[in-house]
Design a protein around this ligand. Sequence first.
Ligand code: S6P
Ligand code: ZN
Length: 187
Amino acid sequence: MKPFFKEINFEKGLYSDYDEKIVRRLSDIQPYVENKKALEERKSDRDSVVYEVLQIDIPDQAGHIKNSITIIKPGVIGEEYFFTKGHYHGNQESAEIYLGLKGQGVLLMQKGDREELIEMEKGTMSYIPPQWAHRTINVGQNDFVFTSFYPGDAGYDYQEIISGGFKTRICETDSENNGPAYKKVRR
Ligand code: S6P
Ligand code: ZN
């Protein structure tokens, strides 16, 4: 393949152009939501967009490095902030780098009994080592946008997340509270 470039507009947090857009709606993240009652209450919103992933055609092969942009909308299901499904890499030895572009988010990572939570915003680089499950959450009032760099053959394992899940959920706090915009709720 030929070398190429894309422009990332740091104001908009978007590529100048991309090849594919994946749209994840409330109906798509249903298996990942713990509070089924809250989801049921939003039944009429099934088509509401939770997040989008802008993708560029780079081969899913070892040796290549893929790049994408994720845009998580602001919102909650019950008290849980909108989140990505989250995954382990199918090829467990694949690491990943996230670079914050816009808005306020957190990166939740889990490996066995260990857990890490890293705050993300414009200009923060977060490193996801091999074997760590990862999910991002929008804890702000506007879109939360970041870009990912990962090995072409990283792949995805979502099943482990559906069956085992993340032990922590990131939820909104009281509006009276002047502290952090989120709290951790353990399962
Ligand atoms: C890929 C990378 C991201 C996510 C994206 C959506 O390894 O971690 O591009 O795919 O943020 O999350 P998910 O969990 O739905 O794939
Ligand atoms: Zn990943």
